[in-house]
Design a protein around this ligand. Structure first.
Ligand SMILES: [Zn+2]
Length: 469
């Protein structure tokens, strides 16, 4: 059943009525690549309260909004009168205009276009530049869309989770992210890393009655989560997965070891520089300068070298492989630390708890030896930590969660931070994180049908008449 009849109207006015229902285009002019449309009402106003037609018009105000461009470079600005009606029912209010929301500066169709572009993963800044809209306008509609899709995440099937923290600003502000490891989707984001800031997560889990369904929690070894997990998730075991342990090993042993090597080299360089050249033969002076040059070269080659050490050897190019060999030859401490990287990797590949235990003990022995030989305390600290967290490490091997996806998540969050989505609006930032990590098997993005927009007033279909379904 058609709602609009074309018989007595030109096709142009049908399009007017499709697009600007209740109005027709009075004048259209183009100025500086912008199309200005002036609309006039096509009929008497309707009371917003009782729906009665043609009540008295109390006053008229004018509104101007942006509409979907006709050509990509062109803007469309629509100006139209809004009548305030005084009805016999006692109502005195502005008439309702179907194609634009009250107080919005863009039409509903434009909102739909903006959100389509957002669903195509275009950045807010690009969309605002392309459509000539303010960054905040695009952001606000992005937030509405994300809230609609990600505010209420279904966690009924969640069994294995990982908890991780990341810095929002250098060493100051933190956020905590919870990921469902089976689907790689982010299910929770909260500001801060303190216990207080994280307890709402457990309350949420309880409110959804899944506290007994969660079986494993992978987390960082520094964290205070184990106690909280024990208290709130009675069936869950804590896992210290490969990703977190390697991260810790890198930060606390490899990077510290590298620092130690650099400072040793700097000491030697300083002693060469401070030694007096007076009375030495020119050959001897040249030899000293050469020696200083070699030392400087060794210091430079240590920059960023932790990645050479941490990467699996089969992933290194031939050139990098040679660099690694040279690095280990020049730095005794790093050469002593290097075999541990492979050993730690083996621990997580090991499914048998007994052999896993043996491997951990072997790693501890190596770490103590490094501490004794080089006076390198971080090795001892790490060995102690391995003992304390042994049960969780062995469990991680059993369940096989290496949470490599957490690493991917960290990178995506870093990109988000760079694109200035900003933590000024943390709620938006956290929705954005959920939006870029929606999950592998099923994504809320797929539930959004074409032609729909999420407005302040709710979900809206762009077509002015019902679809034939
Ligand atoms: Zn009325």
């Amino acid at each position: 059943m058609p709602i609009l009849t074309c018989s007595s109207e030109t096709s142009k006015s049908v399009i007017d009525r499709l697009r600007y229902r209740g109005f027709c285009i009075d004048t259209a002019r183009i100025e500086n690549e912008t199309l200005f449309l002036e609309l006039t009402p096509s009929g008497a106003p309707v009371c917003p309260k009782c729906g009665q037609r043609s009540p008295k018009v109390h006053d008229v105000s004018y509104r101007q909004v942006k509409d979907v461009p006709l050509i990509s470079t062109e803007q469309v600005i629509v100006r139209f009168p809004v009548r305030r009606v005084r009805c016999s029912c006692g109502c005195c209010a502005r008439e309702v205009i179907e194609w634009v929301e009250p107080n919005s500066r863009i039409t509903k169709a434009m909102v739909c276009l903006v959100q389509n572009m957002l669903r195509m993963k275009l950045p807010v800044s690009e969309i605002s530049a392309e459509l000539g809209l303010h960054w905040d306008t695009v952001k606000n509609y992005d937030k509405l869309l994300l809230t609609h899709l990600f505010d209420e995440i279904d966690i009924s099937g969640v069994r294995h989770i990982a908890i991780d923290e990341f810095a929002l600003e250098k060493k100051h502000k933190y956020a905590t992210v919870v990921m469902d490891l089976e689907t790689s989707r982010v299910i929770w984001v909260s500001r801060g890393k303190s216990q207080n800031s994280f307890s709402p997560f457990f309350e949420w889990v309880k409110s959804k009655a899944v506290q007994d369904k969660i079986l494993t929690v992978s987390c960082d070894m520094n964290a205070a989560y184990p106690r909280m997990v024990k208290e709130h998730l009675p069936k869950a075991v804590i896992l210290y997965d490969f990703f977190h342990v390697m991260k810790k090993f890198n930060e606390e042993v490899v990077v510290e070891g590298k620092r130690r090597c650099v400072s040793l080299l700097r000491d030697s360089l300083r002693s060469i520089k401070s030694a007096k050249n007076q009375g030495l033969s020119p050959e001897k002076i040249l030899e000293r300068q050469k020696e200083a040059g070699v030392l400087r070269g060794k210091i430079t080659s240590l920059t960023g070298s932790q990645w050479l050490i941490m990467k699996p050897i089969q992933q290194l190019s031939e050139k990098r492989h040679l660099l690694l060999d040279k690095l280990l030859e020049d730095n005794e401490l790093l050469a002593a630390v290097y075999p541990l990287v492979d050993l730690l990797r083996k621990i997580w590949q090991c499914k048998d708890p007994k052999s896993c235990d043996e491997l951990i003990e072997l790693a501890r022995k190596l770490l103590f030896a490094i501490n004794n030989k080089h006076g390198f305390a971080p090795a001892k600290t790490f060995a102690t930590m391995l003992k304390r967290r042994k049960a969780g490490i062995i469990c991680a091997g059993k369940y096989g969660y290496s949470s490599g996806q957490l690493e991917g998540a960290n990178n995506k969050i870093k990109v988000l931070k760079r694109t200035a989505y900003g933590y000024r609006d943390f709620e938006y930032f956290s929705l954005k994180i959920k939006g870029v990590l929606p999950g592998k098997r099923f994504s809320p993005w797929d539930t959004m049908k074409r032609g729909y927009a999420v407005l302040k007033s709710g979900l809206w279909n762009t077509l002015p008449f019902p679809r034939n379904t």
